[in-house]
Design a protein around this ligand. Structure first.
Ligand code: ATP
Ligand code: K
Ligand code: MG
Length: 688
């Protein structure tokens, strides 16, 4: 059993695994360290990762990319719509408001959700890892952007389940990066002091900035900030628009009106952008782009920077936010670590250097740090591995509120149960005074903290059904967890009924409360919050009655566990997930059959060539003229068949063709082998 970390980028994925002597990035079938996040549907099989990317240009309408942008999102969202306009595959709105991707596959019109496509990609990465490690892979940690909502996080877990993976944690990308940075730097801070580092990740579709504090033996993420719509692809778009305009005038073509031409120009612009990172100017040239016209263009780096001014301005926004939320200023930063390949544009470095008043460092491997950090975290969470004691504390970027159907939870200020910046995982206990079934609503309490247009709705919980019997003032204690993945749920609810004589029950206050010892938000928060199963009394013995005390006090009470039914706004049901898992298995089986068919066909072809060579060389003296003639003819026929009728046959047909040929050739081959063996024996005899 291995533990692995996955960085699922919008453009590129990276897999890292913990080995005996450290962390390795695993190579894919093409011996590359990065695997394109692409799933392409060929005529009879899927092409995943690198092979998928290779077929993107040939097969744009059935090649799905940028799935990270689509998972767990609403079809109608303006950002999603603007993404979909640029993507070549057809989509529509699903019945739950999500996205459906339309693919013609195996002579059928089929639809897949982004979660299913992500599942395919994850299954492929799992395959790559298993091949490389030569063991099965299931436990993993998957990197996610900090700005993912509950629904997107759940969607990632569903995709992982489809792929047969078990994420021990969905980890914020920057937390993974910070962990990989901190654990090796034992000299960062002298005992009793903290070192602050800002991490800036500019990727393909987003920019994430986080500030972390490193103290001896621990790292704490203090803040997460982001621009969910600013990455390398937006710079490509600037160039795309520039050249499209240019070509309208110069060549009278409207590239935007042609799917394939748009794709090719986008790809050329991305290449040109990379050339501009190393050169002051760069040419662009595409043959037969549209209307049989070859196009040529050219741009200087300065010109590009001017065109991209609006984007460049936005880069500092999340940097400022991250510092502000961490309560720090630039002078307090020990360093600024720049990661993500989108940050390779030179002017970005200059802008960041100006703001932070120091050159950003590139200490970390900019494309591998997330996967490495995830692998490390996976090893820490896995019982199989022993990792140096190092505390990892992440913080949650959004405020989460809770409300009940009887109005606000009175002791929660503005309904907020988990405040922005809250360390997590975290558990809080709410107390309600209810006599029968009620509902609770979890939501993001501050829309301005979310990516633009994201829904603040999370989920709702029905507590019960129940009917209080013995007491007029029953209490319902509800345990709410913000788990390791950043997903919030009601973990349990219990009805506590006092005896009539219990003075507590005569208490006339009938307000809902949050148990202060858990929800204090004070310095004890962390300790109490990281405890997974026990009661919080275990971590803070002094601050509240011990568990034994409680049980004693509860001698006059009755405690009943209540059912909690959760409704999530969107996402997959258990049945849908099961169905998707079965579908994935069927698709994977089809791929495997096709791969084997290709193998069989190749072996048949190779055999034809091999025997033809040998027949007139090594085997010449071991076959009669008529045998040679017969075999030759059959070889010729097989070769022709392979290029015509037999070009697209089943595995079985190729196998039986090969066997037929072998039957013909074997007698000759055996004679040759016998003679070889005799000659060898004679040689050995003579040598003695
Ligand atoms: P995300 O983190 O947004 O989900 P990702 O992790 O897949 O995406 P990265 O691999 O970090 O993204 O970065 C990909 C982006 O980096 C692409 O837009 C690519 O064009 C850009 N890029 C790569 N090399 C260079 C370069 N030399 N100069 C400029 N941009 C580059
Ligand atoms: K990446
Ligand atoms: Mg990335």
């Amino acid at each position: 059993m291995s533990v692995v970390g996955f960085d699922i980028g919008n453009d590129n994925c990276v897999i890292a695994a913990v080995k005996q002597r450290g962390i390795d990035v695993l190579l894919n079938d093409e011996s590359e360290r990065e695997t394109p996040a692409v799933v392409s549907f060929g005529e009879k099989q899927r092409f995943l990762g690198s092979t998928g990317a290779a077929s993107a240009a040939m097969n744009p309408r059935s090649t799905v990319s940028q799935v990270k942008r689509l998972v767990g999102r609403a079809f109608g969202h303006p950002d999603v719509q603007s993404d979909l306009r640029r993507l070549p595959f057809p989509t529509s709105q699903a019945s739950d408001g999500g996205i459906l991707i339309h693919i013609r596959y195996l002579n059928e019109d089929r639809t897949f959700t982004p979660v299913q496509i992500l599942g395919m990609l994850l299954a492929h990465l799992k395959d790559v890892a298993e091949k490389s490690l030569e063991t099965s892979v299931s436990d993993c940690v998957i990197g996610i952007p900090s700005y993912f909502t509950d629904l997107q996080r759940r969607a990632y877990l569903d995709a992982a389940a489809i792929a047969g993976l078990k994420p021990l944690r969905l980890m914020h990308d920057s937390a993974a990066t910070a962990l990989g940075y901190g654990i090796y730097k034992t000299d960062l801070a002298p005992p009793g002091s903290a070192t602050y580092v800002a991490f800036v990740d500019i990727g393909h579709c987003d920019t994430q900035v986080s500030v972390a504090a490193f103290e001896s033996g621990q790292m704490r993420v203090l803040s997460h900030a982001f621009d969910a719509n600013l990455g390398g692809r937006d710079f490509d778009e600037v160039l795309f628009n520039y050249f499209s305009e240019h070509f309208k005038e110069q060549y009278k073509i409207d590239v935007g009106s042609n799917l394939r031409a748009s794709m090719r120009l986008r790809m050329a612009c991305e290449k040109l952008k990379k050339v501009l990172s190393a050169n002051a100017e760069a040419p662009l040239s595409i043959e037969c782009l549209m209307d049989e016209k070859d196009v040529k263009g050219f741009i200087k780096r300065e010109e590009f920077e001017k065109l991209a001014a609006n984007l460049l301005e936005r880069i500092l926004e999340p940097c400022k936010k991250a510092l502000m939320d961490a309560g720090l200023n630039v002078d307090m930063m020990h360093s600024v670590e720049l990661v993500g390949s989108g940050s390779r544009i030179p002017v970005i470095m200059r802008i960041l250097a100006g703001f932070f008043r120091r050159e950003p460092s590139r200490t970390l491997n900019a494309s591998e740090c997330i996967a490495r950090g995830c692998a490390l975290q996976c090893a820490m969470l896995s019982p199989v591995f022993r990792v140096r004691e190092y505390e990892v504390q992440d913080s949650f970027p959004f405020s989460i509120g809770f409300a009940s159907d009887e109005g606000p939870v009175s002791t929660l200020s503005s309904n907020i149960l988990f405040r922005k910046g809250q360390p997590f995982p975290s558990v809080k206990m709410l107390t309600f005074h209810r006599t029968n079934t009620f509902t609770l609503e979890a939501f993001y309490a501050n829309q301005s903290e979310l990516p633009p247009g994201a829904s603040p709705k999370i989920s709702c919980f029905q507590v019960g059904p129940f009917q209080a019997s013995r007491s007029e003032k029953p209490k319902v204690k509800v345990r709410v967890r913000l788990n390791l993945h950043g997903i919030v749920s009601v973990e349990s609810a219990s009805l506590i009924e006092d005896d009539i004589d219990d003075p507590v029950s005569r208490d006339t206050r009938r307000i809902d409360t949050v148990e202060p010892e858990i929800a204090s938000g004070g310095p004890h928060d962390t300790a109490a919050n990281t405890v997974e199963n026990g009661t919080s009394a275990e971590t803070e013995p002094g601050s509240r009655p011990s568990q034994a005390d409680r049980i004693k006090r509860e001698g006059t009470r009755r405690r009943n566990e209540l059912a909690v039914a959760e409704t999530i706004y969107g996402g997959m049901t258990k049945e849908e997930l099961l169905e998707a898992q079965e579908q994935e298995q069927a698709l994977a089986y089809q791929d495997k059959v096709m791969e084997q068919t290709k193998d069989r066909k190749n072996s048949l072809e190779a055999y034809v060539y091999e025997i033809r060579d040998k027949l007139f060389d090594k085997y010449r003296c071991f076959a009669t003229d008529s045998e040679r003639e017969g075999i030759s003819v059959r070889l010729q026929q097989t070769e022709e068949w392979l290029y015509e009728d037999g070009d697209d046959e089943t595995e079985k047909v190729y196998t039986s063709k090969l066997e037929e040929l072998k039957k013909l050739v074997d007698p000759v081959e055996n004679r040759f082998k016998d003679e070889e063996a005799r000659a060898q024996a004679t040689r050995e005899l003579l040598n003695c």
